[in-house]
Design a protein around this ligand. Structure first.
Ligand SMILES: Cc1ncc(COP(=O)(O)O)c(C=O)c1O
Length: 379
């Protein structure tokens, strides 16, 4: 539940207007506290127990599963350092084959493109790019691109440049109809809009943890569907092996892996600093509740749309509630983000849009400041 303005939970000064959660979330004070305590704990390794290597990682898996609408299935979650790593796991475990295609969106985030380019190059397949068209939704474009050659549909939930949406349930059903896999990069949506893995039925979902999930940089998440939990990991370390909890017997080598998606965890995933920070972040996200976050951010972006349209901008039409692009017939002036930042107003420019991405630390004052500074610098 969200009880009024939440800025006090962050260290965002009054004269800073930060509308750039899609770039990186400001760190919650609770996350800073968890990190500082964990850094101090590292002075005393003799106080570490075996459970510190396993317990917090399990707690984190449970929280991630809840955000994915799979609260009773933490087994599906692997801890990964980056989206590129998670997509690498997916690409290593999805057969492509000669002549087959991988469907992606135009200008999709590179970490969800390069692994597929490499995979199709190895297999003799191709990447099929859905072009952006004003008269067609991404969903329709993806549906048009799916055919009997499709091996993988590799898309986001919303486009990272402007929040334009892909209907994952519809796309997932179309992928299944031709026996293609669905791999979702949910970095720009997970935590800010509800996600239901059981409705979407993806093969893999990957998300970086430092944006809408408000966790530390370098800790992200991979979800594997129940059918994809017996695949090959990218690494062959000790902690993902069966029996790793028994440190005295680690050299009783075994080919058996830990259960569920744990086999895909990155080495040293017990990261004693980042894991407690990520736990603190997700506890806060779940305490607010993702549907309530989406509603609150939807109200903020609706206000932004209203002000933007009055100034002749064209906001993203079919989009997620939390993130939007503002295009202008005259284009976006060069150096706009720097000019805004000089007034302590922070947004991004991605492609031909100003990308605006508020969160619960923002209020009406931020929206007014953004537009008054925009009016001044873009004049
Ligand atoms: C959609 C999307 N995916 C992934 C990332 C980050 O990728 P990686 O974790 O590989 O650095 C970003 C960062 O902006 C992003 O916007």
């Amino acid at each position: 539940m969200i009880d009024g303005p939440q800025r006090h939970l962050f260290d965002v000064p009054d004269d800073v207007t930060y509308l750039n959660c899609a770039y990186m979330s400001p760190q919650l004070r609770s996350v800073t506290e968890a990190g500082l305590a964990a850094v101090a704990d590292a002075e005393h390794p003799w106080e570490l127990s075996v459970d510190d290597f396993f317990g917090p990682a399990e707690e984190l898996r449970g929280l991630v599963a809840s955000v994915l609408g799979a609260g009773d299935d933490p087994d599906g979650v692997a801890l990964v350092p980056a989206v590129s790593y998670g997509v690498g796991v997916a690409a290593a475990n999805l057969p492509i084959g000669p002549g087959r295609t991988v469907v992606v969106l135009a200008e999709q985030f590179p970490s969800h493109v390069y692994p597929w380019r490499a995979a199709v190059a190895d297999a003799g397949g191709t990447v099929r790019v859905v072009e952006r068209r004003d008269d067609r939704s991404w969903t329709d474009g993806v549906l048009d691109a799916i055919d009997a050659t499709t091996a993988v549909v590799a898309v986001p939930n919303v486009h990272w440049t402007d929040g334009s949406a892909v209907d994952l349930e519809t796309v997932g059903a179309a992928a299944r109809a031709v026996d293609a896999a669905l791999v979702v990069d949910a970095t720009q949506s997970l935590g800010a809009m509800p996600f239901d893995v059981f409705a979407v039925r993806p093969d893999f979902v990957v998300a970086a943890g430092y944006k809408w999930l408000m966790g530390p940089y370098s800790l992200g998440y991979l979800w594997a569907s129940p059918e994809r939990r017996d695949g090959v990991p990218l690494e062959h370390g000790w902690i993902t092996r069966d029996g790793a909890e028994d440190f005295a017997r680690l050299v009783d080598y075994t080919d058996r892996l830990q259960t569920g998606a744990r086999r895909y965890d990155v080495g040293e995933r017990s990261n004693f600093v980042l894991v407690p920070m990520a736990i603190a972040a997700l506890e806060q996200i779940l305490a607010w509740g993702v549907p309530d976050i989406a509603d609150a951010l939807g109200a903020s972006t609706a206000r932004i749309v209203e002000e933007a349209e009055r100034r002749g901008f064209e906001p993203t039409a079919d989009r997620g509630p939390h993130l939007l692009g503002l295009r202008h017939a005259r284009g976006i002036p060069d150096g706009l983000p720097a000019a805004l930042a000089a007034h302590r107003v922070h947004v991004s420019v991605r492609g031909d849009s100003i990308r605006v991405s508020p969160h619960l630390y923002n209020d009406e004052t931020d929206i007014e400041r953004f537009f008054s500074v925009l009016d001044e610098v873009a004049r």
